[in-house]
Design a binder for this molecule. Structure first.
Ligand code: NOJ
Ligand code: CA
Length: 571
């Protein structure tokens, strides 16, 4: 089907279809903006808030419902802003609070909700309260806001327990007293510059409620909550069991975890308190958990009806491109969430993982934490083909979906970045064995013929863009039939028109390697195998690749078929 025919079908079909009006928190397509790499307004090579404001219309016309911004708060940027020094201010590198307000107003004017990132597990070591804690004596109220402990061993020379940082290396750093003698240790589940807050301390709890109020009063529509499963630690901070530690080490990026620092039952009381606060605001505000917990049942606990509204489904992100595996994950996710009355929140990429175009172009195996020039390189063509098919599958599922900036362009990771340019702390903390996440954080290509591919004036980019980004630049895809950008735009429009987000999944048994289900008026078919199969019946609405033969569904392809029209034409 040509683009023109698709557009006609779309206009005809949507003429008498009502746009769904349910709770946006159950259905939204949320676009993640990584501010550092979205658009630069002042030519310093780093994306910023005015850059976002300037480019917002491009997002609105894509057909998304909301944006989520990774942190733009005051920060020494030891972990790209996930090390917050002031939760109530904008870092000068990204702009000012006035720039934030202007961005928010523009987004709202375009009908987009705005979700901001909240980082409650840890602050920056440059946060005023951490500096006060360092200056105060052991046992002081200032120290009690963080996780300070005496060391083990005769002279306190050993860390208080065996916990390891998610970015590798020990999770404890020893302090130095004012007189130069070695002092207590403090806990940091991430970088040394990210000390963990003590969530047993009422002052800390009150402070975060106040931070929530600060942004809610400014008009934000909600929060994505960073490492939501880690705030409460097991009493007594017991050692990590060797088996759990081994599992943690085996995790490619150390995020999918169980142990005394993860997913403790009492963390939920924190979120009940936050939810109660959000419920006092109108219009509706959202909480979305980033929680890499080991099972979908444990994840569903974060979205019980008095807690958060959403939790990223990383089980789906981690699924292999394999029909049986995908179906099992989809079924388990939907069942676990239905149990608590919550929607499922699908996700394929974000700023912490290798982009799905690159991931799906690699031989099957564990998800790597970044790809380096000397590593096995992804097959870009295969990866893009599968990524498009995986996206059409994701966008056809009921619930909410998150997109990571640039996936609508089919961007791969930068997989040959110069090691000297790496900025992810994982790179040095792993003794230069894990590339880390810089490859998925490269500045976006907007205009192929502009310097820096239109990222900002003058062409500076804080990380170099790979050569492939020129042909994938947004202006090379805009209104170009068959482009990934047009596929996303069309899929988002159909998703809305056919109310797929509020539908249900009815599986149809079919060939091995193929997923087929009905959602409302559509039949969705995804061929994850490497053989073509006969095309099921129905009128072709859209396909993840151009089809040479409409009677055949090729390998690594997803199609959306109109079931209703087919049935009518049969009667
Ligand atoms: C999860 C964030 O997505 C990641 O980027 C960050 O490094 C860690 N949490 C620590 O804040
Ligand atoms: Ca800038």
């Amino acid at each position: 089907m040509t683009l023109e025919e698709t557009a006609m079908t779309f206009t005809e079909l949507t003429a008498d279809l009502e746009t769904p009006g349910p709770d946006w928190r159950r259905t939204a397509v949320v676009y993640q903006i990584y501010p550092r790499s979205f658009a630069d307004s002042n030519g310093d090579g780093i994306g910023d808030l005015p850059g976002i404001t300037h480019r917002l219309p491009a997002l609105a016309e894509l057909g998304i419902d909301a944006i989520w911004l990774s942190p733009f708060y005051k920060s020494p940027q030891a972990d790209a802003g996930y090390d917050v020094a002031d939760y109530r201010d904008v870092d000068p590198v990204f702009g000012t609070l006035a720039d934030f307000d202007a961005m928010l107003e523009r987004a709202h004017g375009l009908g987009l909700k705005v979700i901001v990132d909240l980082v409650p597990n840890h602050s920056s070591d440059e946060h005023e309260w951490f500096q006060a804690a360092l200056a105060a004596a052991p046992g002081s109220p200032e120290r009690d806001r963080y996780m300070f402990r005496d060391g083990r061993g005769e002279n306190g020379e050993l860390p208080p327990n065996n916990w390891e940082s998610c970015f590798r290396g020990p999770a404890w750093t020893r302090t130095t007293n004012a007189d130069g003698t070695p002092g207590q240790w403090y806990l940091h589940l991430f970088d040394t510059k990210q000390p963990d807050w003590n969530w047993e301390n009422p002052e800390v709890r009150a402070e975060f409620l106040d931070v929530l109020r600060f942004w809610l009063d400014r008009g934000v529509d909600g929060f994505r909550v960073d490492v939501a499963h880690s705030l409460i630690k097991a009493p007594g901070l017991p050692d990590q069991e060797p088996a759990e530690q081994a599992a943690q080490d085996a995790e490619t990026d150390g995020f999918f975890l169980s142990g005394p620092m993860w997913d403790q039952d009492r963390v939920h009381e924190v979120y009940r308190g936050w939810r109660a606060l959000l419920d006092t605001y109108s219009p509706d505000r959202i909480l979305c958990a980033e929680a890499w917990v080991p099972s979908l049942d444990r994840l569903a606990r974060y979205v019980r009806d008095d807690e958060m509204h959403q939790a990223f489904n990383f089980g789906y992100l981690e699924s292999e491109w394999d029909a049986a595996h995908l179906r099992a994950t989809i079924d388990k996710s939907v069942a676990a969430n239905e149990e608590v009355g919550a929607p499922t929140t699908w996700v394929l990429s974000n700023h912490d993982v290798v982009r799905h175009v690159s991931r799906l172009g690699l031989p099957a195996g564990p998800r790597p934490n970044g790809i380096r020039a000397g590593d096995v390189q992804p097959d870009h063509e295969l990866g893009l083909r599968r990524a498009r098919a995986a996206t059409l599958l994701m966008l056809s599922l009921p619930g909410s979906a998150y997109m990571y900036q640039g996936e609508e362009l089919g961007l791969p990771d930068h997989t040959a970045l110069d090691d000297d340019l790496r900025q992810d702390p994982t790179w040095w903390r792993s003794q230069y064995t894990e590339a880390g996440r810089d490859g998925c954080r490269v500045p976006l290509p907007w205009e192929a013929d502009e310097p820096g591919l239109g990222f900002g004036p003058g062409g500076a980019t804080w990380l170099p863009q790979p050569d492939s980004y020129a042909t994938l630049a947004r202006d090379r895809q805009d209104e170009v039939e068959g482009s990934t950008l047009e596929m996303y735009r069309t899929a988002l429009a159909f998703r809305r028109a056919f109310a797929l987000a509020v539908g249900t999944i009815e599986w149809i048994e079919t060939a091995p390697g193929v997923l087929q289900f009905v959602n409302g008026e559509l039949t969705i078919v995804a061929n994850t195998g490497n053989q073509a199969v006969p095309m099921p019946e129905g009128e072709l609405l859209m396909s993840s690749v151009e089809l040479a033969d409409p009677t055949t569904l090729p390998a690594d392809t997803t199609v959306w078929l109109l079931t209703e029209v087919f049935n009518e034409s049969q009667s």
